[in-house]
Design a protein around this ligand. Structure first.
Ligand SMILES: *Cc1c(COP(=O)(O)O)cnc(C)c1O
Ligand code: SF4
Length: 339
């Protein structure tokens, strides 16, 4: 594979948000169906940050970074088993922005914007640059719900991506939640440190430096996402006392081999990120090109188990239907590696 990036003069300085921008930056494959991609863009948001655009090698038709962010006309096809709300959050929403499905923890989604829009996203029907920003009154209502729900010991900020909030807004929200006596730990699910590392300023890191423990669960799917800029961002966060965990999705063409996962998990560990979950893809609309059967996922993980440090080992999980939660799905040692 040639190791060249797009000519520097083509690389954008701002996030690309449409097919024309991708074409202008030389990031669309030859013969891409421009009209089809406009139709995709009308349905699902597009965003490719400068950091991710710079990582894409457009001459490689199978580039694993492009695969995650560059839209494809296949997204217009919804397979019969694909559903709009695969995690079935709606019935578990006591107040806007809160999802309470497990007894001891609940999600808070302060906004639905992300730095990038992943083509396989399980929330793709709702995420986007315009939507879902809770206003102060709604955030106050959510904080009040947490304060009135003592069995909940953990707030998980997700979205969208909570690190899209300004440092001031995020700091305010974290401080308010941490001030609730029965909240023991806070967690943030984010892609920002790899997808848009420039957002992780000293100010943002300071906003996350709390007296109570803050766990940051970083979404990354390929070793190449750990650039020098991402390393700086992650170092800033550990400097603020933030504990780093990794979550990845098993994706065809991105992370679907033992070698790719080994490189990914080793890259995480080199950046103080402990692999936490490997997710089986949720069946969101138009994502079937990313599917890897669970049987194959188990075999890939089994191939890594004794080869790679145990620190690199995530729990392989699948979302159960009807909001049943994330359940571990193997591998099963009785019928393969140990037998
Ligand atoms: C994934 C998820 C959590 C967090 O689950 P963990 O297993 O603790 O990582 C919490 N609430 C909801 C609704 C979730 O989907
Ligand atoms: S960053 Fe997360 S929520 Fe946002 S598009 Fe990607 S997978 Fe979806």
């Amino acid at each position: 594979m040639p190791d060249t990036n797009p000519p520097r003069n083509l690389l954008p300085k701002r996030t690309i948000r449409d097919a024309a921008g991708l074409a202008a930056a030389g990031l669309l494959p030859h013969g891409a169906d421009a009209a089809g991609l406009e139709a995709v863009a009308e349905r699902y948001a597009i965003a490719v940050t400068p950091a991710m655009a710079a990582l894409i090698r457009p001459e490689d038709a199978a580039d694993p970074i492009a695969a995650q962010y560059v839209p494809h006309v296949a997204e217009l096809e919804t397979a019969p088993h694909e559903v709009a709300d695969p995690t079935a959050d709606a019935p578990f929403t006591p107040v806007p922005g809160v999802v309470h499905r497990y007894p001891d923890r609940a999600l808070l989604k302060p906004l639905l914007a992300c730095p990038v829009y992943c083509r396989f996203c399980f929330r793709r029907e709702v995420v986007g640059p315009g939507g879902g920003l809770l206003d102060t009154a709604q955030l106050e209502a959510a904080i009040a719900w947490f304060a009135a729900t003592p069995q909940v010991r953990e707030v998980i900020l997700t979205g969208g991506d909570p690190l899209m909030l300004s440092p001031r807004r995020l700091g305010w929200l974290l401080e308010r939640l941490a001030a609730i006596p029965h909240i023991e730990i806070l967690r943030v699910h984010t892609r920002v440190p790899v997808a848009d590392p420039a957002r992780v300023t000293a100010e943002l890191a300071a906003a996350m430096d709390l007296e109570k423990p803050l766990y940051l669960c970083l979404h990354a799917n390929h070793a190449r996402e750990f650039t020098a800029e991402a390393a700086t961002a992650l170092r800033r966060l550990t400097g603020a006392g933030v504990v780093l965990l990794g979550q990845s999705v098993l994706l065809r063409g991105v992370s679907d081999s033992a070698a790719a996962l080994e490189e990914l998990f080793r890259a995480m560990l080199r950046h103080r990120v402990k692999p936490y979950y490997l997710h089986q893809l949720d069946a969101a609309p138009g994502t079937s090109r990313f599917e890897v059967p669970a049987e194959e996922g188990r075999a890939i993980l089994a191939a890594l188990r004794f080869k790679v440090t145990g620190l690199a080992w995530p729990t392989y999980v699948q979302e159960r239907p009807e909001g049943g939660g994330k359940a571990p799905i193997g591998p099963r040692w009785d019928d393969n590696a140990l037998s």
